[in-house]
Ligand binder design. Structure first.
Ligand SMILES: [Zn+2]
Length: 233
């Protein structure tokens, strides 16, 4: 796979032909990201930590299922304190903004790219507990604080960074979400408001009319991708 064979369908989660499957795993990533992840996993293991994928590639269709269930009140939408909100009586724009704190609009998820992943440590999860992917699990005192600390100090050696490290009023912090620098830059270059708008207008997404109308504002606050510091497209 070379960069010339990537196109808008790949960045939108509509084409999976750019991905490779990891050994003994259902997860799929871009080739360079997969190789770097396996090397980082070995280094973590040498330091006594198991590093596993909770999520890697996700298609537009899968993201739309999550989106539609949240929009229609069939799946919880959380507030800043990880408490469920009842958004069923809210207007479309308020619902969309609440969902976008934690879930990407289909077509804009970094999980479409193959360069991005959610990680955790199965052995640090207490028996009977289920993985939530909420910030407290990764903060001081949380199950995965040790893994999170290790990643902070080691991930850059393998080319990874955290695109959701700071909360600037858009997407909430996601310490579990890692991105491969060079691969993410290649993918981000393919995502434009025009290609996104075209894909959304052909979809059956819940809240579509409001999303298309508000796209320029939503793009600025929630969609414009964060890249490694110092990178400009
Ligand atoms: Zn993620």
């Amino acid at each position: 796979m070379n960069s010339r064979s990537l196109c808008a369908a790949h960045v939108l989660g509509l084409d999976e032909s750019h991905l490779v499957q990891l050994p003994d795993s259902p997860h799929r990533l871009l080739p360079a990201t997969a190789q770097a992840f396996c090397q980082m996993q070995q280094a973590a293991r040498a330091d006594g930590l198991d590093l596993a994928l909770a999520s890697s590639y996700r298609s537009f269709a899968r993201q739309q299922l999550i989106w539609d269930e949240k929009f229609q009140g069939r799946r919880p939408v959380l507030d800043a304190q990880s408490q469920p909100l009842d958004i069923r009586t809210w207007g479309d724009l308020a619902r969309i903004q609440a969902i976008l704190r934690w879930s990407a609009l289909p077509g804009t998820s970094r999980h479409h790219w193959g360069s991005d992943m959610d990680v955790y440590s199965p052995s640090l999860l207490p028996a009977g507990a289920s993985l939530r992917l909420e910030p407290w699990e990764y903060e001081a005192g949380g199950y995965f604080a040790e893994l999170s600390h290790w990643l902070t100090h080691n991930m850059a050696r393998f080319g990874f960074y955290r695109p959701f490290a700071d909360d600037q009023g858009g997407v909430a912090i996601e310490p579990w979400h890692l991105s491969h620098g060079t691969d993410s830059i290649r993918m981000a270059a393919l995502l434009t408001p025009e290609t996104l708008s075209q894909a959304l207008s052909h979809s059956t997404l819940a809240g579509k009319a409001c999303i298309l109308e508000q796209l320029p504002v939503l793009w600025q606050q929630f969609i414009a991708p964060t890249l490694p510091s110092g990178t400009a497209l």
